[in-house]
Design a protein around this ligand. Structure first.
Ligand code: CAA
Length: 257
């Protein structure tokens, strides 16, 4: 698939990078852009040379939300056909996905960042769910993921009263992993991605899965799920290698099996 709204690169250190690239519309998430993003995620997820994926925008804007011009005349059935709302390929990605956010992350842009596994923010990042200003509510996970990230009180204020969060506030409330200068936010995200991509791949995959299950299961179910994943890792060469390397005081060499 040839892309018109995103740029995709494979970088050294087993990292796949996707840049949202509709600068004139502030990376508004049109249905075409989201289709391309999901396609690129599927391809990078299936690529053995990629261990971790980074999604970014530009320094000015991560994404200013769903494309309001496209949506303004849509019918419910047309909206149903858009992939945007459930981030299918992102939710199904087995590899960790990091959002590198600078500038505006509003509406669907904030929801996209929150659907990733981690967020590295630049000092200029602004997170918000301003859909109420358009007479609608968040439709791509905002009401559900925001409450889990920042708690009910603040989520209510953001969603009911279009209260934005600065990068620093987002860090304080646990929405983002770290805040770094605008010049280095992408490098920081790529470094984090390379570090994770260099780790034991099967363990990384099962770790991501187990953490995400915490959102969907009761504690008892989640603990049982974690144990199964933990036991499963004792069937891998990497578990033998990791423990052997520790005892021999050397760096492990991961095989990914
Ligand atoms: N959709 C379509 N076009 C958009 C857009 C969007 N979400 N956001 C910005 N643009 C366009 C503007 O229309 C403008 O285009 P023109 O030059 O052709 O008029 C261009 O991008 C630049 O935007 P501004 O002139 O507004 O730039 P600014 O710097 O003055 O303001 C901003 C930046 C505060 C982000 C402002 O653009 C803005 O408020 N955007 C809309 C944010 C929003 O409401 N997002 C929620 C969308 S709904 C949603 O996401 C639903 C969901 O949950 C899935």
């Amino acid at each position: 698939m040839a892309y018109e709204n995103i740029l995709v690169e494979k970088l050294e250190g087993r990292v796949g990078l996707i840049r949202l690239n509709r600068p004139r519309a502030l990376n508004a998430l049109s249905s075409a852009l989201v289709r391309e993003l999901m396609d690129a995620l599927r391809a990078l997820n299936a690529d053995d040379e990629v261990g971790c994926i980074v999604i970014t925008g530009s320094e000015r804007v991560f994404a200013a939300g769903a494309d309001i011009k496209e949506m303004s005349t849509a019918t419910p059935v047309e909206m149903l056909a858009v992939d945007l709302l459930d981030w299918d390929a992102l939710r199904k990605a087995k590899k960790p996905v990091i959002a590198a956010v600078s500038g505006w992350a509003l509406g669907g842009g904030c929801e996209l960042a929150m659907a990733c596994d981690m967020i590295v923010a630049s000092e200029t990042a602004t997170f918000g769910q301003p859909e109420i200003n358009l007479g609608i509510i968040p439709g791509a996970g905002g009401t559900q993921r925001l409450i889990r990230a920042v708690g009910k009180a603040l989520a209510m204020e953001m969603i009911l009263n279009a209260r934005n969060l600065s990068a620093e506030e987002a860090y304080q409330f646990g929405l983002v992993n770290r805040v770094v200068p605008a010049e280095s936010y992408l490098d920081e995200a790529l470094t984090l991605a390379r570090e994770i991509a260099a780790r034991a791949p099967v363990a990384v995959r099962l770790a991501k899965e187990a953490v995400n299950k915490a959102y969907e299961m009761t504690l008892a179910e989640g603990l049982a799920y974690e144990q199964r994943a933990f036991f499963l890792l004792f069937s891998t060469e990497d578990q033998r290698e990791g423990m052997q390397a520790f005892m021999e005081k050397r760096k492990p060499e991961w095989k990914g099996r």
